[in-house]
Design a protein around this ligand. Sequence first.
Ligand SMILES: Nc1ncnc2c1ncn2[C@@H]1O[C@H](COP(=O)(O)OP(=O)(O)OP(=O)(O)O)[C@@H](O)[C@H]1O
Ligand SMILES: [Mg+2]
Length: 141
Amino acid sequence: MNIAISTRVSSSPELAHRLCLAAQATEAGRARSFTRQALEQWQVHGASADVEQVVSELVSNAICHARRGGSGVILALRRDDSMISVEVFDGDPSVPVRREPGLEADRGRGLKIVGALAARWGYVAAAGGKCAWAEFDLPRD
Ligand SMILES: Nc1ncnc2c1ncn2[C@@H]1O[C@H](COP(=O)(O)OP(=O)(O)OP(=O)(O)O)[C@@H](O)[C@H]1O
Ligand SMILES: [Mg+2]
C-alpha cells in the first residue's frame, strides 16, 4: 500500500515509525511489540502501557475492517516535544461508532477504552478508507 496517512510530518525520522500489517488477527501482537520498541527508543515510560493498549484497540478494529475493505493496515507513531500520536489506517470507508454496551454485551468496549486513556482521539477519511488517531500528552520537563 502506498498511502499517506498523516498531514503531520516529523522533521526527525527517528521520531516517526511506520508499520504495515496484514489484515490478520495475529498482527495485533506485532503492532503492540512495535509500539513498545518505539516508546523505549523515545524513552517514554509513563504513558507506555496506555499507548500500547490504545494501539491494540485501534489496530484490532482496523484489522477487522481491513478484511472487509480488502486492504492491509498501517500503524504510524510519532513523537514530538509535547505528545505522542498514534494513527491507524484501514481501507474500509465505514467509520468507528461509539457504542454503549450493556452489561451482558461482549463487544463494543474498545473505543471506550481508547477514550478513557488517550487525551484526544478521532478519525478522518483517508485514501478510500479512514485513519483512526489518538494523542497522548507528554509531561513537561
Ligand atoms: N476501524 C473501524 N472501521 C469501521 N468501523 C469501526 C472501526 N473501529 C470501530 N468501528 C465500529 O465502531 C464500533 C465500536 O468499536 P469498539 O472497538 O468500541 O467495539 P468492538 O470492536 O465492536 O468490540 P471490542 O473492541 O469491545 O472487542 C464497532 O462495533 C464498529 O462498528
Ligand atoms: Mg474494538
